[in-house]
Design a protein around this ligand. Sequence first.
Ligand SMILES: Nc1ncnc2c1ncn2[C@@H]1O[C@H](COP(=O)(O)OP(=O)(O)O)[C@@H](O)[C@H]1O
Ligand SMILES: [Mg+2]
Length: 246
Amino acid sequence: MITITFSAIKGGVGKSSIAILLANILNKSGLKVLCIDADPQNSMSFYYLPDSRDITASLANILNNFSDIKENIVTTDIGIDLIPSSLDLINCRNVDTDILSKQLKKINKIYDYCIIDTAPTFDNIVHNCILSADKIISPVQFSNFDYKSSLFYKNLMCELGLESKWHILINKCKTFRTGTSITAQFFDIYNSSFSNILKNRIPDTSLIKHYFDTGANITKSKVKIYDALIDLTSEIVENKVEVGAF
Ligand SMILES: Nc1ncnc2c1ncn2[C@@H]1O[C@H](COP(=O)(O)OP(=O)(O)O)[C@@H](O)[C@H]1O
Ligand SMILES: [Mg+2]
């Protein structure tokens, strides 16, 4: 099992959206996927389990050592397995940082990929998630705050010795042609500060919101976003991924 954790200090950058899209593409391509929602804000859990009234499974039970990881996995309608979040996660901010990685070893052989979504912060829940990861992906946009928080994150990754696992994903990227536009200037600034930027960028498009609002598939006819997401997935998993629609 390869574990990919989406993490960034900033909210609204696309962690949950891209984590879910990546999981859905991998699932559609026939791979066995486990998602973990480590954000008490619940985006990923709400997407996969809109009605979670009777669900007691939660990452909080695992981090609090209340129950085993296998008891906290829910199978969703589309075949992806999920460890949901819950508000109890709020009380897990000071747990030991190696609990999740130890628990994940128990299910290592069951899944091809584990995709983890985290909250926009750095506490011991996020620390558990990044210590469990084979790859850590931080989506960013072109803004000064994103740039500064990426520098902050870079220091954090270096301090933890995780810089080789860390990748920046440029999300909500506006089209640019000339070297004078704000977008092009940020592109240069990012490239001169970071050597770990994923080659495939995700364009700024209302189709992402549409996907989550309506549940409509992204098909090959939506060429730009379809290609961007398929190429990004292939880059992240280091293998050509092929699916008709997702
Ligand atoms: N590439 C994109 N183009 C346009 N909107 C996007 C894109 N990626 C994400 N969004 C939108 O941005 C908002 C925040 O995304 P979300 O995944 O919830 O961010 P985070 O999990 O980092 O807080 C959502 O409304 C989502 O639809
Ligand atoms: Mg989120």
